[in-house]
Structures are given as C-alpha cells and as structure tokens.
Design a protein. Sequence first.
Length: 243
Amino acid sequence: MKTTFKFITITLFIGFFFLASCTIQQDNYAKRTVSVSGSGSVTLEADNATIILSVVTRGPDVAKTSEENAAKMTAVQEAVITAGIAKDCISTQNYSVYQETRYDPKTGKSIPEDYRVTNQIKILVKKISMASEVIDLALKNGANQLSSLSYGVTDTEIAKKQARTLAIQQAQESANLLAGASGSRLGKVLQISEHADYAYPRAVMMKASANMDMVATEEAVATPVSGGSTTVTVNVDAVYQLK
C-alpha cells in the first residue's frame, strides 16, 4: 500500500511539472510581438464648395431693422437660386437679434444703442466652378459678411479603400523589416485598429466686417476661386506575432 501511494504522488508531481512548463512557454511565446503603424493617403480634386455668409443690419427700431434684413436675405437667396443653386442647398446657420450697448465712463453705465440683426446662411455649391459667381451675386444683392469658403469631395468611398490598403501595406512592410532585423519571422496579425481623417473640407477663412463696403459693382472683377485638392488619410496601428 505504501509503494502504491508513493508512485501516485510522484506521478502527480511530474504531471504538474510538465503542465507548469507548458504554460510558461506559451506565455513567453505570446509576448513575442511587434507593434507598428502605417499611413496611407490619397489626394482628390475638390468638386464642391461650401460658402457661409451673412446679412447684417443695424438700426434703432428692431422691427424695421429685422424687416430690412429679411428683404436683403430674400434678395440674396433668390439671386443664387436663379443662378442655379437648388433650394435644398441653402440652409440657415444662425439668426440673432440683439441690442448693442456703449459704456459711458461718466455715469459708469451701459447706454443702449442700435439693434443688430444677423442672418447667416450656408450655401452648398455642387459645381465648384460656380463658387465665384455665387459669392459675387450674394455680395451684390445684400450680403455684407463672408465668413468662410471651404472645399470638399462628394464621394470619398473609393479613396478611403485605397488609403486603407496603403496604410496596411506600410504597416506590414515595417513589421517584416523589424522581424527580420531581430532574427525572427513575422506571424499572423493579432490586432489592428484604424484612425481615419476622411477628407474634411479645406476651409479658407474670409473674415469681413459688416461695416465694410462689399457690394459688387458691374465693373468689378469676378472673385477668383480655386478649389485645389482634398486628401483622404487613413492611419492604422497593428500588432503582429513573431515566430
């Protein structure tokens, strides 16, 4: 009976030893990884423009000032619609009415002054060659504040796929280089994550004071507009197994 007990004890101990050894080898192997990054970019020609402009009016009577603003904004919208911009491509961004004040150092109080009414709209120009015409028409018909002009691309899906492929290829090339330099072979990819910059519109800020005379005349030269290009960029982080 004693002999049998010792044999079982030794067998269990040996089994535990091999199990522990196997676990340690797997843990060490799992730590043999390489982490890399890759980036892919595809440049596209911009095919649309977004214009943000305002009609700003001032006056002592809030009702009359609002009516004047409405009349000018109506004229602006009708002009650009007549030029070929669809109604659903024009949207109100902001509308505000407030009374301006002036500080009086003698009394230490704020003195009410004129009311300021601002109506800001966004115009999507799907045909980029029309951007210059739309700007000039808006200014000629009552707009007196041009906030920004940005360019974009209507369809970026194909460019996204191309940029993604380039990013992954770059990451794998880097992983292969590092694996070879360390005397290892590259195994399967264990993890991959994407960080994308999907062609955000390139904006050109065009700050203009509402007090400036921005009315276009018949003799005025058309506003030069160049769309340029938009870049779709995809960045990836990847973890590969080393053999």
